[in-house]
Design a protein around this ligand. Structure first.
Ligand code: AMP
Ligand code: MG
Length: 414
């Protein structure tokens, strides 16, 4: 059966990929640019292409501790007179003639007249001269001027999320400040009369509000500022007031709960009243009902209430949306092949994000097992897992030994 078959199972359910495309297409991208200290920019989105202001390296230098010479002089005589030293930051000022060499350290500037370094392990050194035991090739052990980046060369393109690796590169180019996109303001709240603040005892029928903490914890790993509206009871006036206020103060509003079809699911009606909202029944498990749309000033996500569903829909939909809205480049998640360690039950009709534990066997090949019970209310399965086992919409049961696709959790979940 294909994923597009119009059976009772798939009818009315939108494939995740379609929802993600529709959503991303509807979002406009941030254009504002702020200047940020390099050290504070990790996790921010780069707002402009970066060109190297200098040659990297900025001068020819030695890649080894050893001896620098003109390669030409080696063909006549393997014994060279040592006439000076070049240290990192303290270059040799003179010119080196044929038959001479310079003691040189890693990172030190190549002296005039030298084009090659022989590593010290290949030399017998006397007080004033050296004998080379293994001839180097021309230019060996020299890092050439502009070898990595020429001055003016494109180094990074806008839209990347700045990581410690980017910081290392940008610092080596001398950038004290960077152009970044301003952080999005994200308002967040939970809805539900049953939700109790942490630290309080539970009365009959009550549970702790865990979604808001989970969502905030994930948001803290993204380039956003969070406005926490707390728990809103299942009271239409209070829910409406929260949305109206959040729309005035935030670029994105994320709520959880109340988007299904129950009698206390007021979120649906209210957001429809004040915004342009799509209700999607997604062909994914967990996480079927989700609302997405635009208010006057903000973009809105109404995530399902079940904890695993709200986490998975945040990860699969809201996370790429926040990246795009914030001016970042959205790339598809990396999926890897892994061999399943046991049978898995699945009905065709929805794409399944089962929680899995992926490991490498002695040959380095990936193997995956499920974390067990997959109920969307049970967060324990997420905590044991390090990946989603992604089973396509049309897939039925899967057998031990079958190859499945896994999506490793990224820094937002880990
Ligand atoms: P709802 O979508 O509001 O019908 O909620 C679906 C399920 O998720 C119910 O069992 C709720 O009690 C639970 N739920 C809703 N919001 C939260 C929350 N913030 N934290 C934990 N569980 C929740
Ligand atoms: Mg509810």
């Amino acid at each position: 059966m294909s994923c597009c078959d119009d059976t009772a199972l798939t009818r009315g359910l939108m494939p995740l990929e379609q929802a993600r495309m529709k959503m991303l297409d509807s979002l406009s991208v941030a254009t504002e640019i702020r200047e940020c200290d390099l050290q504070r920019s990790v996790g921010c989105i780069l707002a402009s292409d970066i060109y190297s202001p200098i040659n990297v390296p900025p001068f020819n230098n030695s890649a080894m501790d050893g001896y620098a010479m003109a390669h030409q002089s080696l063909t006549h005589n393997q014994t060279l007179m040592m006439v000076g030293k070049s240290f990192a930051g303290i270059p040799y000022q003179g010119t080196v003639a044929a038959g001479q060499c310079i003691r040189i350290m890693t990172g030190a500037m190549m002296p005039k007249g030298c084009d090659t370094v022989v590593m010290q392990e290949n030399v017998s050194a006397q007080k004033t001269d050296i004998t080379i035991n293994k001839l180097p090739t021309v230019g060996q052990n020299v890092r050439g001027l502009g070898e990595e980046f020429a001055q003016g060369q494109l180094v990074l393109t806008q839209g990347c999320v700045i990581t410690p690796r980017h910081i290392a590169l940008l610092a080596s180019l001398g950038f004290a400040k960077l152009p970044v996109r301003p952080k999005l303001k994200v308002a967040i709240f939970s809805t539900g009369d049953e939700l109790v603040k942490l630290g309080q005892p539970l009365a009959d029928g009550e549970i702790y509000d865990s979604n808001r903490f989970a969502l905030i914890a994930m948001l803290e790993r993204l380039p956003v500022d969070i406005i926490d509206y707390g728990v809103i009871p299942d009271d239409p006036d209070k829910i409406r007031a929260a949305f109206v206020d959040a729309d005035l103060n935030a670029d994105v509003i994320i709520s959880s709960g109340g988007v299904s079809v129950g009698e206390a699911d007021f979120t649906r009606d209210i957001i429809q009243e004040i915004g342009e909202v799509n209700f999607w029944k997604l062909a994914i498990k967990p996480g079927k009902p989700i609302a997405f749309g635009q208010f006057e000033n903000s973009v809105f996500f109404g995530l399902p209430g079940n904890p695993v569903s709200s986490m998975v829909t945040f990860y699969q939909l809201a996370k790429p949306a926040l990246l795009k809205l914030g001016g970042g480049i959205v790339k598809p998640a990396l999926q890897l092949k892994a061999t399943l360690g046991h049978n898995l039950r699945k009905s065709p009709g929805r794409m399944d994000f089962q929680r899995g534990i992926v490991t490498a066997n002695d040959q380095g090949e990936l193997e995956v097992t499920s974390t067990g019970t997959q109920s969307s209310s049970m967060m324990g399965s997420m905590c044991l897992a390090n990946c989603f086992i992604v089973l396509p919409q049309a897939q039925g049961n899967v057998n031990s030994g079958d190859v499945v696709m896994v999506e490793l959790f990224d820094h937002v979940l880990n």
